[in-house]
Design a binder for this molecule. Sequence first.
Ligand code: GBH
Length: 526
Amino acid sequence: MKYYVVLLSVLIERTWSTNDAPQQLKFPPWFKFGAATAAHQIEGAWNVSDKTPSVWDVFSHEKPSRIGDGSNGDVACDSYHLWREDIEMVTHLGLHFYRFSISWPRLLPSGFPDRISSAGRRYYSELIDGLLAAGVEPVVTVYHWDLPQSLQDLGGWTNPLVVDWFADYARVVFSLFADRVKTWITINEPLVFCDGAYTMGVYAPGVLSPDIGKYLCNRHALLAHAKAWRIYDQEFRDRYRGKISLANTITWYEPADGETDDVAEIVRQYGGGIFSHPIFSKKGGWPPVIAKMIAENSRRQGYPKSRLPPFTEKEIKFIRGTYDFYALNYYTSRVVRRARPGETIDAWPFFGAPELNVSLTVRPEWKKAPPSWFYINPVGIRHQIRWLKEQYGDVEVLIAENGYASHDPTAHDMDRVQFYKDHLEQVLLSIYEDGVNVTGFTAWSLMDNYEWMDGYVPKFGLFAVDFNDQRTRSPRTSASYYAAIIREHALIEPPEYLSVTQNATNTNTSYNSLILSFVLIVYFIK
Ligand code: GBH
């Protein structure tokens, strides 16, 4: 018995310690790799042909100071014209799929299906056909934050009618492209376009209404998703056999030293549960702890009813079960502690902190990446994936975004290589150790692009884009690394990688061996 334990420990050590880890760690045969972008972040051509302005066009034009570098998405990567080059990058990487989004005001200039833009329709149709001809699966996001401004003028996501507006738009999208697109994401990250816009005012449309507006937006986004899912399910699924869900961005939250896990759990339920419990749980509806907390806060503040508008029984049923997989976007982690008496809690950097009365910090060992909110904690992705399984059962998980931003435009991006390596290692652990059905990984982003209120400063791309010139795309080292992973279908270490991190690696090795020896000695003494 003892010998098996020794053998097992050594095996584990050899496989997972940082030194000679991932020589040949295979992903399951069905596992797919992709990369993602979003319409407003890459297309440009903001007023070409009959396209009307989106909330992001207006938000950035009206007051350029809202954007870190005063820029806008007018030209961005010019993918409206350069989409053939986008497909070249995709094939260069050997991606199984490419995730992009459709611009609502480009396809439906009035926001409504009274008229479909022929230019808009042709653009997406050619892109889809081009990908399929290259043997790449298109994964399409119906809505990635670029609401037609005309609909914002009518209240946007706070108007209950937006549920129908979105559903009508989604039906048009399905009727045009569902013959060729088999994986759909209805809505990207309601957390960001609701809370970022209404709680913090830093994302378009920048309407501050943290108490009321953001919860209306949450509620309508969930209903809109559900309605679009049901339209696909009832009108398109039989013919086209595709899969459809929404994508959530979830920060992993853990308790600060000395705090209990329940304080972190309530933040998890707020950041992830609000957009998941109604859809993925057996019971449906808002996460009970959150509904209770907001009801109590509302009462204390003098509101006659909860600021979180409840769902009717009918709505709970309507939303529940409207998924075919879980699309998870993961970037960062936080440490949670309860606010101290009298402490003021700011909405920045976390949307829900004042409502929850918690303070969020980071661990000193989490390295900082340039966007203000970005601290690197690779194991957070594994915790997050396991949490999803614990909460919602054995749902298929597609990692729909994960990636790293630097301010460094150069090609030799070893920090990004390291980021992907570390996160993919955790994804393998999710699959093989935690038994989660993770079926794919999507790198954010295929190329540098318009990073919303941070403009063109953060560089998320596997490919660099020259924004001062012809939007020339050129591969970074991370692009070759990702391509090699895809080719081998395994987590590998490129030689350059080894040479750059040799030192760090060695310290790790001895540390791991030390722990291992200690465990073994204790075991034998016993
Ligand atoms: C995604 O958003 C978007 O889908 C994509 O368009 C974007 O370019 C990409 O990521 C990179 O930003 O509570 O302190 O953790 C994710 C953006 C920013 C999500 C901040 C949640 C909350 C800060 N996120 N964030 S915190």
